[in-house]
Design a protein around this ligand. Structure first.
Ligand code: NAD
Ligand code: ZN
Length: 379
């Protein structure tokens, strides 16, 4: 089959690889019809992780079930399914508590949490390919309604970024009527903005510097904060009568940089602590893995953050972080799409073939104007 494989930093190609196939009785085999490029793919793409050459990318997968193992009794051939990016077994100690983001069976014995097409997440093949093997298929596959094909660009957000944005807001502790600031207007930040609106936020502010992304935030009623035009913290204070936002979400991660070139300003966690009120809450979903070896900040090069814990402590704030447990939210979010309450496809900028993926990675990695969310359609 054809798949998008890693050859080295910023070098990917569509290559012929052995077909994905049923290996265990509880496996499900899916013909991929949509698989998205994610900001998380860039950690591997840019060569900042231990991603082995020849591995297949892709953790935002949706498709049609074409074969099921003998132990599968719920999912059937012909079902259209969304596949959470977390690989999870459903019966380990963590999965039993709903922590499918830290499944103990999907990774090495001293690790927790698996994912398709990721470094350090269990070595599972990704779905930027013609076919994908889903282990523990009954537990993992989320069946989609009859309109799955027409609304594929909406449902495709269920495997990662919509539940991840939702999780960021959930961890911030937002309740209806509160204000929230979201750092990062990429796909994840935009999904957090949508989630905050659905959850009843009185005011949603999105910080970024790319006009196209800020415009998408504005389209769903969020207030765009352009940090190339001045301090984002000052702008948030102005928006909130000097009190700070009630809640905050971090949707940038390792790659944060300051348009004015001030490295002290670049760590969005510190900007969040400064932008959120005393006793407020913060949800952090941005991933902190090592930056480029050339990055000026030595700690950041190791994937560590110069976090201002003193201010965080003094303000009595709370913070949640980590991978999103997609299964906790994807059923409800699917229903919101099915009933036309939300349409997350508003951020899709491109539908492309698998063969066009290498070019798409280049544009998305460069944050080229208009390349917000790329959906690959292998079939
Ligand atoms: P993205 O790179 O497309 O978006 C990040 C945005 O942040 C960009 O638009 C960029 O301009 C902006 N930005 C950079 N520096 C900034 C700063 N100092 N202040 C404000 N904005 C700044 O990526 P994405 O796909 O939206 O993903 C965002 C992060 O979420 C990544 O780190 C990704 O790995 C992570 N992620 C986490 C999970 C999870 O489960 N926790 C799931 C998916 C993605
Ligand atoms: Zn993703």
């Amino acid at each position: 089959m054809k798949a998008l494989v890693y050859n080295g930093p910023r070098d990917v190609s569509v290559s012929e690889v052995p077909d994905a196939r049923i290996e265990r009785p509880n496996d499900v085999l899916v013909k991929i019809t949509s698989t998205n490029i994610c900001g998380s793919d860039l950690h591997m793409y840019e060569g900042r992780t231990d991603f082995d050459k020849g591995r297949i990318f892709g953790h935002e997968n949706l498709g049609e079930v074409i074969e099921v193992g003998g132990g599968v009794d719920k999912i059937e051939v012909g079902d259209m399914v969304s596949v959470p990016f977390n690989v999870s077994c459903g019966h380990c100690r963590n999965c039993e508590h709903g922590l499918t983001n830290y499944c103990l069976a999907a990774n090495e014995p001293d690790m927790a949490g698996g994912a398709y097409g990721f470094a350090d997440m269990g070595g599972w093949a990704g779905g930027q390919a013609e076919y994908l093997r889903i282990p523990w298929g009954d537990f993992q596959c989320l069946r989609l309604p009859d309109d799955a094909k027409e609304k594929q660009n909406d449902y495709t957000m269920l495997s990662d970024i919509l539940p991840t944005g939702w999780h960021a807001v959930e961890m911030s502790g937002l309740v209806p009527g509160e204000t929230i600031v979201i750092y990062g207007g990429g796909p994840v930040g935009l999904m957090a903005a949508l989630s905050a609106s659905v959850k009843g936020a009185a005011k949603v502010m999105v910080v970024d510097r790319h006009p196209d992304r800020l415009k998408l935030a504005e389209q769903i009623g969020a207030i765009p904060i352009d940090d190339s035009k001045g301090s984002p913290v000052d702008q948030i204070m102005e928006q909130t009568g000097g009190r700070g936002a009630d809640r905050g979400a971090e949707c940038v991660g390792y790659q944060a940089h300051d348009p004015q070139g001030n490295e002290d300003n670049a760590l969005t966690l510190n900007n969040l602590v400064a932008s959120v009120k005393f006793t407020g809450g913060i949800g952090t979903v941005g991933v902190f893995v090592p930056q480029d070896p050339g990055a000026p900040d030595e700690l950041a090069q190791q994937g560590k953050a110069r976090f201002d814990f003193g201010s965080f402590w003094f303000k009595g704030q709370q913070m949640g972080c980590g991978q999103a447990p997609v299964k906790r939210y994807n059923r409800h979010l699917r229903n919101l799409i099915a009933e036309n309450k939300i349409a997350p496809s508003w951020i899709v900028s491109h539908n492309l073939t698998l063969d066009q993926a290498p070019e798409a990675y280049q544009h998305f990695d460069a944050r080229d104007d208009g390349w917000t969310k790329v959906v690959l359609n292998p079939a």
